[in-house]
Design a protein around this ligand. Sequence first.
Ligand code: ADP
Ligand code: ZN
Length: 433
Amino acid sequence: MPWDDQFETMPVDKLKEFQLKKLKETLEWVYEKLPFYRKKFDERGIKPANIKHLEDIRKLPMTVKNDLRDNYPFGLCAVPMDKVVRVHASSGTTGKPITGPYTAEDLDQWTECMARNLWAAGVRPTDIVQNAYGHGLFTGGLGFHQGACRLGCTVVPTSSGMTERQITLMKDFGSTALFCTPSYALTIAERAEEMKVDVRNLPMRVGVFGAEPWSIAMRDEIEVRMGIKAMEAYGLTELGGPGVSFDCEAQDGLHINEDHYLAEIVDPVTLEPVPMGESGELIFTAIQRRAMPMIRYRTKDISRLRREKCACGRTFIKMDKITGRSDDMLIISGVNVFPSQIEALLLDVEEVLPQYVLVIRKKGYLDSLTVRVEAKPEVYALGTEKRSEVEKKIAAHIQGMMGIGVKVDILAPKTIARSEGKALRVIDERPKG
Ligand code: ADP
Ligand code: ZN
């Protein structure tokens, strides 16, 4: 049974009817309250009343991150500040942070979306949840906190960092669920092994991970090393934070909370819709939020949409695991490459640790890619000959699977900084300008 039986299993035609109603209300709302949208709609000669079907959404202009930056901090806030009860801000991975204001009702809806997410992941009121997402402006910490509170879990708000203490508390409190980024989960797993704590023998049984791209291979790695189910959450500050979409027990794509978010996929270059099931950029419209509704927000996240019957019984459309952000996409020898694809291939190689960073440089007119990856201590100890053998083996594996030539540098264990939040995967050494 899902958390919300009314919406999560609603027949698709009913769901679409509901979406259209909420979309229309939201369009009236932004047109009336926000000069930013009114101007953009007027320029296209569109009035909210012109939107009669869900497909008509394509007539509306898109919104991009720079629109939020240009209107920093509260230019896209549609309610007076005395109606704003919370403000979050993005972690600023790709530049100046953007803000996210909430009314009391927005907060309530967000909490509900997170409750669905956690419930679908198998979290229950009896769980002791250790919430190791950063608490503060970042939406991860408080978003998960609220959702777990609504479920009635025992919440331990550790926030991120102080990894040894995380492990001690995990052991002492008998935490059964862990919330953090996948890269931090890996950091915790590694530190626990060093502390001779076997997480597989602790009560810990489920993790809800998100906020950064991670491969299925990484999910498997975390599941095996920690002896838990690794479930997923997806969201972004611009849309209110995590809880936009979530894993169910099928672990086969993330259900989008469709009564709150209208999803589209477009070609990132032409911005034209791509056929259902094809890969492209996710565009979301937040159809219930009031402080900062978003019309056709370009996420830069690359995925695929699938409308299909799911074993869990939910009718919400599914999106594939994010392959990456279009910002992080590298073009090597004419091939589009996302860090998560390289990650998956590195996890096939038994001599190395899943700790890597990709360095991109300019070589003539072309970009070149160097994969830096840490060797396992026992492999590193075998000396330079063994290391160069592993380097060649990885380069050949990547060449074979992706058809691109890369340079591989084997590093000593522990040379790459361990992540406590969103991992840094790409270092761009190309000349600027
Ligand atoms: P920032 O853009 O500063 O990182 P946010 O903290 O709002 O801001 O992060 C939102 C972004 O994080 C998303 O657009 C997406 O790129 C990434 N993200 C969030 N959840 C996931 C997930 N489950 N898988 C892949 N990427 C994710
Ligand atoms: Zn499902």
